[in-house]
Design a binder for this molecule. Structure first.
Ligand SMILES: C[S@@+](CC[C@H](N)C(=O)[O-])C[C@H]1O[C@@H](n2cnc3c(N)ncnc32)[C@H](O)[C@@H]1O
Length: 381
């Protein structure tokens, strides 16, 4: 079950781990309140039970209270859940959000995950967020931990570096893992199971992620860079004409000059380094270091999706059946920027399968993701 599911980056990671073990996966419920990511989720997981709505409307009870009528209905609809995963919105915690950070009402959505655990009692729970979630004024992480422990879960948290999971991007995430005590294998703790970083993994660079996409003929806006305004085009040309990766002060807009910490803004990427964190601003040079290493343009949606760790078989825009679902360029950018890189959930779930926290039996013999993964793999081959 996937809450705040977006387009399904976390679910895709689980599907990949399950598929490698020939395990059928059944997405009992995926919820997101935005239409555009929900469309992408449905297109990629056609048999999943995907709902467009708020998480609070399915889990509307107070922590510690008995189940509400709605929650009893949700439980009856879903039944037993092996893994509950979710990435509540994180704008309120983000250090990039100077106005509302640390005391945003949205941050309380983190605790809806704990309430969903209380209702469903899954074997494993994963809550993904930005590192700064621990600075939240309402202390949502500590409160969730206390509550989950009361419910009989072993809980651990970690700062996971996605570079150490093979993602070609500097991105670190805060992960909370909770395992129901009776599902915890002998000799293991949640903290052991959260050790997923591979310190020997070779750091991947941008060329590894997108080198083959340079010069592809676009079939849609997915492979076309956004058209910049004249000032930004001139700035990009400057970077190439002067063989620079950082734009000097005098070339920046006035409000960005002087002493600033925004060196990466208006910057150009390097082939032989990982990308900076992909955000929904990847198509605009003023939103980060998003200029392509070899051409005076910003990243395309396809390149950003690759850097996020999405395989090409995952459909953001279906170019064969036009338009199978209609999304704007901006919607696709937001969806990709908000997504959680699938290798994160793949690494975590693999560990849970290998330690027998998640069982390979008991599910339906055939499921949406089984079909999906099989077709996806054949497409990838
Ligand atoms: C960080 S994104 C999730 C990314 C997703 N977990 C993935 O793996 O790709 C957060 C998502 O939460 C959704 N959202 C925000 N508030 C919500 C709410 N109250 N109920 C349901 N969805 C919500 C947003 O539309 C957004 O798609």
């Amino acid at each position: 079950m996937d809450l705040f599911a977006g387009c399904g980056g976390l679910t895709l990671g689980i599907a990949q781990a399950a598929h490698k073990r020939a395990v059928a996966l059944d997405v009992r419920l995926a919820i997101d309140f935005e239409t555009a990511p929900t469309k992408v989720f449905k297109a990629n997981f056609p048999k999943a039970n995907v709902r467009e709505g708020t998480v609070e409307s399915y889990f509307d009870g107070e922590l510690g209270a008995s189940l509400t009528n709605q929650e009893a209905e949700t439980l009856a609809m879903i039944g037993e859940v092996g893994i509950l995963i979710g990435g509540p919105p994180c704008q309120g915690h983000s250090n990039l959000n100077n106005h509302t950070r640390r005391d945003d009402p949205k941050n309380r959505l983190y605790l809806r995950m704990a309430r969903a655990v209380e209702v469903l009692r899954p074997s494993a729970v994963v809550i993904e967020n930005v590192l700064a979630v621990v600075n939240d004024k309402q202390q949502v992480v500590s409160r969730a931990i206390v509550h989950l422990k009361k419910l009989g879960y072993d809980v651990a948290t970690s700062r996971i570096d996605l570079l150490k999971l093979g993602v070609a991007q500097t991105r670190k995430r805060h992960i909370l893992l909770a395992i129901r005590e009776d599902a915890l294998p002998f000799g293991f703790s949640a903290a052991d199971l959260l050790q997923i970083e591979d310190h020997k993994a070779a750091s991947r660079d941008l060329r590894w992620a997108i080198g083959d996409l340079f010069g592809v003929r676009p079939k849609s806006f997915f492979d076309e860079a956004a058209v910049p305004n004249a000032d930004n085009q001139r700035r990009m040309n400057y970077l190439f004409e002067n063989d620079e990766h950082n734009l000097p002060n005098e070339e920046r807009p006035e409000c960005h000059r002087g002493n600033h910490n925004y060196t990466s803004m208006y910057g150009r990427l390097w082939w032989d380094r990982p990308s900076q964190t992909i955000t929904s601003g990847f198509a605009t040079m003023g939103r980060g270091r998003f200029v392509h290493p070899e051409a005076p343009r910003c990243l395309t949606a396809h390149e950003a999706a690759r850097i996020q760790g999405f395989p090409d078989y995952f459909k953001f825009v279906d170019e064969r059946v036009k338009p199978r679902y209609e999304l704007t360029r901006t919607e696709v950018q937001v969806i990709i920027g908000n997504a959680v890189p699938p290798p994160l959930a793949e690494a975590l779930t693999s560990r849970l399968f290998d330690a027998d926290v998640l069982q390979a039996s008991g599910g339906p013999s055939q499921s949406a993701e089984d079909d999906f993964a099989a077709s996806a793999v054949s497409l990838a081959c």
